[in-house]
Write a protein that binds this ligand. Structure first.
Ligand code: F58
Length: 840
């Protein structure tokens, strides 16, 4: 409804003004305390202060968010829609203040009002709607999209429970629910007026139209759920541009199943309603867990259907011809989880808008792009046909038709040059349907066929997908369809917010914070390599960050560490066999045994004191990963209490690793570990964050480590281990060696574990056996000695502190490439064909 012209001047007179002075902030803060929270100065703790402060900052965002959205509606540019089942946002408040440039103002105001900003910020729960790298990448991309002024929306799910909170009890991981919405969340705007019905199950009917002589398929859904929109404003840095992240929440329909009701089955008709809410109740903490799979597919369709409905509605409002759809809409699929969007859009065009198949399909393919995040076979999504058919009968039909036309095209292309057998093999490899028992839908194949571009997330990874899992698609399409966009991270959160002291030191040399918008400016730090005072300050910043981390460690584990004495060696990421935390902890044990073998005098002269810090969650059903966590904690228990190791070795497991802890942990590293078996880590992004914060890395020649090495120079990184190109041959050899011959170093470690030093030796048998007797799939034994050598080089290099600082500065100076702003520019140019839109 529009406001009559005669009333508009009144509206304009009272339009909300953003605060820009301390006194405005203070007035709004008190207003929120007294009205929004119904509290007073006599009844205001840190939590209430956080809520009032965040509401005040939020109000400022909302004004800009509204104006941005209105402006974009008016200009109607091409928009990017980033579909991700995960957005691992972390906290919003600090980021919002920094991006809006009001942090100092808020800090001073709060102090005048009797509060300490740092304590207030601690009150905010993390928005942890993601598992790891994939979800955090999506969050960095949103920051860069807003900062780069790209008209864009994120679409995801508003889980009531994010990734579980991890507790460590007797050394074991215990999962507890993360209910993050206990207090009202000021960073979301419920849009109760935006309610989109989503159907499941049911059947497909054919309708004959005698006029056109055509039959039409109509899907009659059997269960209806309502998608309610929640909007999260995403501020850009140093711009008034505020984009939107729309997360859907499932609600029951108000329609009632009267057949059940009338037959007296009231309880069941209510239960069906309650079932609706379960769709967005919880983020799946893993994917190798078969139970609950149907709900996961339901989540995917629920999200995709609601998002596409929204996107199509927005397009239709412009009254443009359908042929302009791909000129106005770019949809990026973050992994295969949203692949159903391809099918849903085709369904909308065919069944609801009455397009011909070919017209519809041409638009669909031009609209979508697909990002792959893994080469590991077991991680590729597949859905059993029987389940699919029950839940989404019409979509399955459409998939069959997509596949039919695609395979026909392949056959035509190869029938004259391929033998019958070769052709059959090719067809069965690229088919969307896997013909085993049960038959399955291969989502990656569908995503490739339905997109105009497929990208990997680091150079090595993008090459690997072309030569391994998707090689047959390269035969079909040539390699133009396949491209690379190396990942990046936002320097706003991962430098300025996480490491304010380093950010300020850098700003003092580069003439301000402009480098946060053009990270290549960091290169100018190389002008200060001989500046003694600068290098000294660089060193002090690192030490201060170590202090900050040891404070956190003390709070979480009770363990006290004097940071001045130790080199900090950190590995924080999801616990996975391929990421090889086991290699790291075996290395720690090796070092411990060595320290024990030395006399006190030898220790003093030979041992570089080190703290090993681990952090990360295991999927709840991942037995081996949980065993690794247990071993790390058991090693810590022994080592941290051994007088011989005092002052030389500490081993810490930081419980419940998350984004806000990462912001404290990452700036404190001297060395961080990125040691996946070569060819398994698609990119990695924490490697970039660590180096950007002045830490060096020990790593394998894997993922983005390769490009980091190219940028910063191989003198500034500690690489080790077998290369990806050799991994398959080594695995092959292992298969024919039922008992692997271990290197002497690893034998000692295994003996120590089996002797019961770290609790019941038997407990770790599966972990040791996976190396000794079960083919050592991740090449732990092959890379162990090379890993130890790299660690020795680190100890040696750390002794020359001046040279170490030099390495650190050179590394940071050359990290410009790894800004997620650069990623977004590459996507915009190569995949989306969109331009930024400046607000006037
Ligand atoms: C990660 N994938 C890659 N998946 O492992 C990492 O190398 C890369 O840097 C990052 O993506 C960003 O490209 C990842 O995090 C998941 O967590 C999936 C969540 C959903 C189920 C399957 C795993």
């Amino acid at each position: 409804a529009q406001i009559p012209l005669s009333s508009r001047s009144l509206w304009k007179k009272f339009a909300v003004k953003e605060f820009s002075e301390k006194s405005d902030f203070e007035r709004d803060f008190v207003h929120h305390i007294e009205t929004t929270l119904a509290r007073s100065m006599y009844n205001c703790d840190d939590l209430a202060a956080y809520q009032a402060a965040s509401n005040t900052v939020r109000d400022k965002l909302i004004v800009e968010w509204n104006e941005t959205q209105q402006f974009q509606t008016l200009k109607d540019p091409k928009r990017i829609y980033y579909l991700s089942l995960e957005f691992l946002m972390g906290r919003a408040m600090d980021n919002a203040m920094l991006n809006a440039g009001v942090k100092d103002l808020v800090k001073d105001s709060l102090s005048e009002l009797g509060f300490n900003l740092e304590d207030i910020l601690e009150q905010e729960p993390d928005a942890a709607l993601g598992n790891g790298g994939l979800g955090r990448l999506a969050a960095c991309f949103l920051d860069s999209l807003s900062t780069g002024k790209y008209p864009s929306w994120g679409y995801g799910l508003r889980y009531q429970y994010g990734i579980f909170a991890q507790r460590i009890i007797d050394g074991y991981q215990v999962e507890t629910p993360d209910y993050w919405l206990t207090f009202s969340n000021p960073w979301e705007i419920p849009r109760h007026e935006i309610q989109i019905p989503v159907d499941f199950y049911g059947f497909v009917e054919e309708e004959f139209n005698p006029q056109t002589n055509e039959t039409k398929k109509i899907w009659k859904g059997g269960e209806r759920v309502i998608a309610v929109a929640y909007d999260f404003p995403i501020p850009g840095y140093s711009t008034k541009n505020v984009n939107n992240l729309r997360l859907w929440s499932a609600k029951p329909t108000t329609e009632f199943d009267f057949s059940k009701f009338n037959s007296g089955d009231y309880q069941n008709s209510v239960r069906l309603q309650q079932r609706a809410e379960s769709i967005t109740a919880v983020l799946y903490p893993n994917d190798n867990f078969d139970q609950g799979k149907e709900l996961r597919l339901k989540q995917q369709y629920f999200w995709v259907a609601a998002s596409l409905h929204d996107i199509v509605r927005r397009f239709k409002k412009t009254k443009r011809p359908w042929s302009e759809f791909p000129l106005q809409v770019a949809i990026q699929l973050n992994d295969t989880h949203p692949t159903l969007a391809i099918v849903e859009l085709q369904r909308i065009f065919i069944d609801l808008e009455g397009f011909s198949w070919d017209d519809a399909w041409e638009i669909v393919v031009k609209t979508f792009g697909y990002t792959n995040h893994t080469v590991m076979q077991e991680a590729l999504e597949k859905w059993p046909i029987p389940l699919f058919e029950r839940l989404l009968p019409r979509h399955l039909e459409i998939i069959y038709t997509i596949n039919f036309f695609f395979l026909q095209q392949v056959e035509k292309k190869f029938q004259s040059t391929y033998s019958q057998k070769e052709l059959e093999n090719l067809l069965s490899s690229v088919s969307v349907i896997e013909e085993y028992y049960p038959k399955q839908v291969r989502m990656a194949n569908l995503a490739i066929i339905g997109s105009h571009r497929v990208n990997g997330v680091a150079e090595l990874h993008s090459e690997l997908i072309k030569t391994t899992i998707f090689k047959d698609f390269v035969k079909v399409y040539g390699d133009k369809k396949f491209t690379n966009v190396t990942n990046g991270v936002t320097p706003r959160r991962w430098l300025r917010e996480a490491n304010p002291e380093l950010a300020e030191l850098i700003a003092s040399k580069l003439g301000g914070y402009e480098y946060l918008l053009n990270l290549n400016l960091l290169k100018n730090l190389e002008n200060y390599l001989d500046d003694k005072d600068f290098k000294h300050k660089w060193d002090i910043v690192k030490l201060n960050n170590k202090f900050r981390l040891t404070k956190l460690i003390k709070k979480l584990t009770g363990i006290e560490i004097n940071p001045t004495e130790y080199l900090f060696d950190i590995q924080v990421k999801r616990i996975h066999e391929y990421k090889r935390q086991q290699l790291n902890i075996f290395g720690v044990i090796h070092r411990y045994l060595w320290i024990k073998s030395l006399s006190p005098k030898e220790r003093k002269s030979l041992v570089q004191p080190k703290v090993y810090v681990f952090g990360g969650k295991s999927a709840p059903g991942y037995y081996m990963a949980k065993l690794i966590i247990k071993l790390i904690n058991a090693v810590g228990e022994l080592v941290n209490n051994d007088a011989d190791a005092e002052g030389y070795l500490k081993c810490i497991f930081v419980p419940d690793y998350n984004v806000s802890k990462a912001q404290i942990i990452i700036p404190a590293s001297d060395i961080s570990e990125h040691i996946s078996t070569a060819g398994t880590e698609a990119s990695g992004t924490s490697n970039m964050k660590f180096v950007l914060n002045g830490g060096l890395i020990i790593g394998t020649v894997d993922g983005a480590n390769v490009e980091i090495t190219r940028e910063i120079g191989e003198d500034n990184i500690f690489l080790f281990g077998n290369l990806a190109e050799n991994v398959e041959d080594i695995r092959h050899a292992h298969r024919y060696a039922p008992h692997l011959e271990l290197p002497e170093s690893l034998k000692q470690v295994f003996e120590a574990i089996e002797s019961g030093k770290f609790g019941e030796g038997d407990e770790y048998k599966p972990l040791l056996d996976s190396v000794r007797y079960h083919k050592d799939y991740y090449l732990v034994s092959d890379d162990f000695d090379s890993y130890l050598q790299a660690q020795e080089l680190i100890d040696e290099a750390y002794k020359d502190r001046d040279d170490w600082i030099q390495k650190s500065i050179i590394s940071v100076a050359n990290m410009g490439f790894f800004s997620s702003d650069r990623c977004i520019e590459e996507y915009a140019e190569m995949i989306w064909d969109v331009e930024p839109l400046e607000r006037d």
